[in-house]
Design a protein around this ligand. Structure first.
Ligand SMILES: NC(=O)c1ccc[n+]([C@@H]2O[C@H](COP(=O)([O-])OP(=O)(O)OC[C@H]3O[C@@H](n4cnc5c(N)ncnc54)[C@H](O)[C@@H]3O)[C@@H](O)[C@H]2O)c1
Ligand SMILES: O=C(O)CC[C@@H](O)C(=O)O
Length: 537
């Protein structure tokens, strides 16, 4: 859905580079900046916000999200989304996006700065001079050239850090299980992939570049710290929480490790008596990784452009919880999304009880264009909206809501496109499959068409009021339905029917208004009618 900038309230919760604010203005938006504002001002802004821009200071919790009922999108001007409760946002249908590329080089450069500073005691030397001492006793460093660096997480930042370290003459190895799973090997020349244990046991320096997730929290545990090569140094410019900080103090005190450089801590800012702050063998910087003019400008511009694209075209660039797609693809998919929403509406209304299994197949040209996932999610969201959920169900929260209800979404069996250039089939079944409904549709001249419903081939414009029957296949059924509807002043625009086997048939009547309960009861009482339902598409 396209919105004009005047309709969209954007709230900027953390410091954002001025060029990002200017870009919003260029795009026609008037963002409200609430950095440092009183809680009541922030709460009032949240109450009307459609988009939030945050860095790491604002914690986007479930409670904050509940204060923002109109919220559609949260944009993290940076990489890590660990300050956003993504599950809570997803549940509420709120898109969460980050700006993953703007601060890559800057953060890798900080990791390198920490590496060099740690190897050569630069901060300790500076402190000594500031205190009036001009001597180098105890500040003997170590050369980087020829030493082995282990990069944990060979993603965007890890790769830049690895390449720069090779330029310093270091031998670099890396650990990244997700890269290993691709089976393609290391993307960098001269950087071999290794297990985490091998990396820790053999490297002189280790630098961390993984996101903080349930899997990585505490990954550099006490056991792993003490398994590191004696005299090694560790650098963390990724996230506090990756390293067991208590165990790090012990490993340093025991002389097992020679030093650590940390841009991030588990608790930021740290308490005054944090045991890692103030040691000569530890460098701590205040989460400076992304703090360069270039990086802050880049992530701010990306935030403005991404939010603009969301409001203008519904494109969720860099979303971590929604399918992506270019504006061109979404424009191409628009009539198909309209079709699948009507298919979902049909199936949701037809089913007498909660659907437990939804099988969707997308065939032909529309599948080749991409966006199959988008179509499947749009169908599911529409089905759920017609199965007791409210209008807030969308492609973001539909999978979570479906899973919560025990509804499985599967790819149906591939049966080809039945001679159509493109065809979408969907079957919805209740528990055990005793109730199952089927619809197949396509788009003709930009308009949605159902071409097969239940077992019957039809040519049905899925719009407006519809009656669907299952009845005994005998003469006069259509006449009896038409007579009763006519007596109630209801006009039948179009009627289609067909046999569905074993002496049964189904009829589909497009009518001009909803029959009241009395009319429906009369139709149900007609002798051949086994089941009749009214649907609005
Ligand atoms: N200090 C800062 O200011 C700052 C700035 C930017 C980013 N960061 C942090 O750096 C992290 C990395 O950023 P990026 O842009 O390189 O992200 P990225 O997604 O490009 O790379 C992360 C890499 O980690 C790998 N990975 C995931 N789990 C792993 C595991 N268990 N073991 C080893 N590797 C694993 C992934 O496969 C991926 O290749 C971010 O998530 C963010 O938390 C910090
Ligand atoms: O906004 C910042 O200064 C830090 C950003 C950084 O932690 C990130 O994950 O991108």
């Amino acid at each position: 859905m396209t919105r004009s900038p005047g309709e969209c309230r954007i709230v900027v919760c953390d410091e954002l580079h001025a060029d990002g604010i200017a870009r919003f203005t260029e795009l026609g938006y008037e963002p409200q900046v609430v950095v440092g504002a009183a809680p009541e001002v922030i709460h009032a802004a949240l109450a009307e916000a459609h988009a939030l821009v945050v860095r790491s200071a604002t914690k986007v919790t479930a409670e904050l999200l509940d204060r923002a009922p109109a919220l559609e999108v949260v944009c993290r001007a940076g990489v890590g989304v660990d300050n956003v409760d993504v599950a809570a946002a997803t549940e509420r249908g709120v898109v969460v996006m980050n700006t993953p590329t703007g601060n890559t080089v800057t953060t890798a450069e900080l990791a390198l700065a920490l590496l060099v500073s740690l190897a050569r005691n630069v901060p300790a030397g500076d402190r000594r001079v500031r205190s009036g001492q001009w001597n180098k006793k105890g500040l003997m460093g170590t050369e980087l050239s020829g030493k082995r660096l282990g990069v944990v997480g060979l993603g965007r930042i890890g790769r830049v850090a690895a390449e720069r370290a090779q330029g310093l003459g270091m031998e670099v190895i890396a650990h990244d299980p997700y890269l290993e799973k691709t089976g393609k090997g290391s993307p960098l020349h001269g950087v071999a992939l290794a297990s985490l244990d091998e990396l820790l046991q053999t490297c002189d320096f280790v630098t961390l570049h993984v996101p903080l997730t349930d899997e990585t929290r505490g990954m550099i545990s006490r056991e792993r710290l003490f398994a590191m090569k004696p005299g090694a140094r560790i650098i963390n410019a990724a996230r506090g929480g990756l390293i067991d900080e208590v165990a790090l103090v012990e490993a340093l005190d025991a002389g097992h490790l020679a030093g650590a450089a940390l841009d991030v801590l588990a608790q930021e800012p740290p308490g005054a008596d944090h045991p890692l702050v103030g040691r000569d063998d530890v460098i701590v910087t205040p989460h400076l990784g992304a703090s360069s003019h270039e990086a802050q400008r880049a992530v701010a511009l990306d935030s403005a452009d991404q939010i603009g694209a969301w409001f203008a075209d519904g494109v969720a660039n860099n979303a971590v919880n929604a399918p992506a797609g270019s504006p061109q693809l979404l424009r191409q998919l628009a009539p198909w999304i309209d079709l699948v929403e009507r298919m979902g509406s049909f199936l949701g209304q037809r089913a007498g009880e909660p659907i437990k299994k939804l099988e969707v197949t997308v065939h032909g040209k529309v599948a080749e264009a991409g966006g199959v996932e988008h179509l499947r999610l749009a169908l599911l969201a529409s089905l759920l909206r017609h199965q007791g959920f409210d209008a807030s169900v969308n492609v973001v929260n539909a999978p979570t809501l479906a899973a919560g209800r025990g509804l499985q979404v599967l790819e149906g069996e591939s049966e080809g496109s039945d001679g159509y250039t493109s065809l979408i089939r969907a079957r919805a079944s209740s528990r055990g499959g005793e109730e199952s409904h089927f619809v197949a549709g396509t788009v003709f001249g930009g308009q949605p068409r159902f071409v097969r419903v239940e077992g019957v081939y039809v040519d049905l414009a899925p719009q407006g009021h519809l009656l669907v029957t299952r009845h005994r296949d005998r003469p006069g059924v259509l006449g009896a339905l038409g007579t009763n509807l006519g007596a109630a002043g209801i006009n039948v625009h179009r009627a289609q029917l067909g046999a569905i086997g074993a002496g049964h048939a189904s009829a589909f009547l497009s009518i001009d208004r909803q029959p009241d309960d009395e009319v429906m009861a009369r139709l149900e009482e007609l002798e051949p009618i086994e089941e009749i339902s009214y649907l609005f598409l």
